[in-house]
Write a protein that binds this ligand. Structure first.
Ligand SMILES: Cc1ncc(COP(=O)(O)O)c(C=O)c1O
Length: 386
């Protein structure tokens, strides 16, 4: 059967594959602890539930304007103003079917075949494949040491063929955050060179220890309509609404219009029901997120304590998200092998670091139940240390 070269070149999403595997093993009655997940366990905000039910009761769920309903875009405008230091017009916003679609729309809107898109490792698993889907060339910058790149390293990978830099902070999988100085310099470099800076802000509110994640917009010398910054966000993580598939972008009108034209030909618009639910979530706002951050911070500490008991694991404590990225290379350098052995021998699901562009690490999620985090990490320690 004929399949396109593009289809053949794109890898399967490792995290979605592992989710499926964990569910299949569980349904076969195996004792599985899933530390590979990417969604919080909290119920959705009450406001999201109410709005969705209200909409369903009308028995009219229809197409909406391509870039999203006005009430949601107004909420996104306020959310962006309150959290990111810039107040977009409604014409600067496109609502999409998940932040994933927003990123894809952005890449489709700005990348020509062969253009380079630069991003640091460890990176979110989809970045490389999405760049390939738009016939671009992913350029990965590996940190010289630790899990964060320095700005000089990143700049040295930018060439005349670079169209965009993508940065996810706090980061999936490391949970670490790039500091103010790095963001400020990165904004300066991208503005000076006229290349896009896509900030993947999806975990930007899930930050611990009372710290605030710096926003690129705060360091921009330009108005939003002249800006090279494109901020990606959504309700999946911050409001525990992964299944609603609502994300959005804030960017200049020129980029926003291009992204809207692309979306119009692909999904027409995001689901009206989900958009209404997102309005309810954003109305509820910080009170919901604060509780989740408190809960996740407690789980982060539990995971850090358990990982601290290993003889040879190196671990940088996450500053946000719900992932950690411990270094197991003193036990086994091949992360796929290690993750497979852990699953086979202990029933614990982890994600190999290789999927995120850094060998020797495993991504361990702490978005599940505390007792699973303790038991899961303990099982791995028993296997490797005893
Ligand atoms: C770094 C990062 N960006 C974007 C997304 C996509 O989020 P959404 O569920 O809104 O498509 C994810 C989801 O795991 C993520 O980890």
């Amino acid at each position: 059967m004929h399949l396109s070269n593009l289809a053949m070149s794109v890898g399967q999403s490792a995290t979605l594959r592992l989710n499926e595997l964990a569910n299949n093993l569980k349904s076969e009655g195996k004792d599985i602890i899933h530390l590979g997940g990417g969604e919080p366990e909290a119920d959705i905000p009450g406001g999201a539930y109410e709005k969705a039910v209200e909409k369903l009761k009308t028995r009219r769920v229809r197409y909406t304007p391509t870039s999203g309903i006005k009430t949601l875009k107004e909420k996104i405008r306020s959310y962006t103003r309150d959290n990111y230091g810039v107040e977009p017009a409604l014409q600067n916003i496109v609502v999409s079917s998940g932040a994933k679609q927003s990123i894809y729309n952005f890449l489709t809107a700005v990348v020509n075949p062969g253009d380079q898109v630069v991003f640091p490792a460890p990176y979110w698993v989809s970045y490389t494949e999405m760049v390939k889907l738009v016939h671009g060339q992913p350029v990965v910058v590996k940190p010289a040491k630790g899990l964060l790149c320095d700005i000089g390293d990143l700049e040295s990978h930018i060439t005349s063929n670079t169209r965009a830099v993508m940065l996810n902070t706090p980061n999936n999988p490391s949970g670490l955050m790039y500091g103010e100085d790095f963001i400020k310099k990165l904004v300066g470099i991208c503005e000076y060179r006229g290349i896009y800076l896509m900030m993947d802000d999806i975990y930007n509110k899930l930050v611990f220890d009372g710290v605030k994640c710096p926003s690129a917009f705060e360091y921009s010398q330009k108005s939003l309509d002249e800006s090279v910054i494109v901020s990606i966000n959504g309700v999946s993580k911050t409001f525990s609404m992964t299944g609603f598939r609502i994300g959005w972008s804030v960017a200049s009108q020129a980029v926003t219009q291009a992204m809207t034209r692309i979306q119009a030909q692909i999904t027409s618009c995001p689901s009206e029901l989900s958009q209404e639910a997102a309005v309810g979530a954003l109305e509820e706002g910080d009170s919901f997120t604060r509780k989740m951050v408190e809960d996740l911070q407690g789980k982060r500490d539990v995971m850090a304590e358990e990982l601290g008991k290993f003889k040879k694991v190196r671990f940088e404590k996450p500053q946000g998200t719900f992932y950690g990225f411990p270094d197991f290379s003193e036990y086994e350098k091949d992360s796929v092998k290690l993750s497979g052995r852990i699953l086979e021998k202990t029933g614990v699901v982890t994600v190999p670091g290789k999927e995120f562009g850094l060998e020797g690490h495993l991504r361990i999620s702490y978005c599940g139940k505390k007792q699973d985090i303790v038991e899961g990490v303990k099982r791995i320690r028993k296997l490797l240390d005893e």
